[in-house]
Design a protein around this ligand. Structure first.
Ligand code: 173
Length: 318
């Protein structure tokens, strides 16, 4: 009798629509596991897996050991993975407009309310076959870090590690850009293959780069953007409840940006303690640098994507 009951229960469970609809999404991050730009995505996964029990599960495959950073965009496009945590800088080959996302530092609540998110989502639908689920770190800027002291904001004679984020501004200021994924920066610095590198204000300690970094150039510039993308076919295969669950978790994730101000403050102090010296050339030089940095970056985006790039700039309002 007891066995019969259990057997009956098993049949009921396996036949119930909720169980049949549980879906697993395979996810990767373009940044190393457990480091600054994967951390909040990993918290997002934990939240989805807790809130979505029985309905949706994210299977986190991991960081760049699973898929090389510059191939993550294509892996989502072709559904080699269902979901990715990746910066637009790593898929500008598929979507030149992605280079313009760093130029919009407005909070996502505003970008969602004023049509920016929708426009960027359409671009991702068309060019990356993906849903633009969330954008993180709008309030975290980038810096150029150097091992050679400069007397003014001029990179002549310097080799600087870049991604598309920094390429235009480094070139405009006379530097020689060398593109590498994050995983190759430490060795390039150690061997003197580069004299400096672009990176956000946060995250260098995760990678041990403070051991091979002498200076941080001021001012900070642009806005970090790390996106959660979902392959569009995977997205369309979800039911309304599953999509709502992911959207809610996405808004929660975007809300984590409120924690960044304190993280940035602590990071700057820690860099000072580690002996990394700021190179600050004063407000006028700083403003000149920022104007130039935005001008050359927008010009580059608009050259590659005239109409859509111009529209992105309108939304950014700078
Ligand atoms: O420097 C980089 O690798 C880069 O482009 C980036 C973008 C967003 C967050 C961290 C790094």
């Amino acid at each position: 009798m007891r066995l019969n009951c259990l057997a009956g229960l098993a049949v009921l469970i396996s036949a119930s629509p909720a169980a049949a609809q549980e879906i697993t999404l395979r996810a990767v991050s373009a940044f190393a596991e457990g480091t600054e730009f994967s951390r909040n995505f990993e918290r997002f996964i934990e939240k989805v897996n807790a809130d979505g029990k029985g309905s949706i599960r994210i299977n986190y495959i991991g960081g760049p050991r699973a898929v090389p950073p510059f191939e993550v965009g294509n892996a989502v496009r072709t559904r080699v993975v269902d979901m990715a945590n990746v910066t637009g800088a790593f898929y500008t080959n598929l979507m030149p407009e992605a280079d313009g996302l760093k130029l919009n530092g407005k909070p996502m609540s505003e970008q969602r309310a004023n049509g920016t998110w929708e426009f960027i989502n359409q671009l991702h639908n068309q060019k990356l076959n993906s849903q633009y689920l969330a954008r993180q770190f709008h309030n975290v800027p980038f810096h150029i870090y150097l091992n050679k002291k400069i007397e003014k904001i001029d990179f002549s004679g310097l080799k600087i590690r870049v991604t598309p984020v920094y390429r235009d501004v480094v070139e405009a200021l006379g530097g020689a850009p060398i593109t590498t994924p994050p995983g190759e920066v430490y060795t390039a610095l150690e061997r003197g293959v580069v004299d400096g590198y672009g990176w956000p204000i946060t995250g260098i300690f995760d990678l041990g780069w403070e051991k091979v970094t002498k200076f941080r150039m001021e001012p900070p510039f642009y806005s970090v953007e790390v996106n959660v993308l979902v392959n569009l076919d995977a997205w369309k295969s979800l039911n309304n409840a599953q999509r709502a669950l992911l959207n809610n978790a996405a808004l929660w994730l975007e809300g984590r940006d409120d924690e960044q101000e304190a993280i940035i403050k602590a990071e700057r102090e820690r860099q000072t303690e580690a002996g990394i010296q700021p190179l600050d050339f004063g407000p006028a030089a700083g403003k000149g640098f920022l104007d130039r940095a935005y001008d050359v970056a927008w010009a580059s985006v608009i050259k590659r994507a005239p109409e859509t790039g111009a529209k992105l700039r309108q939304f950014a309002g700078n």
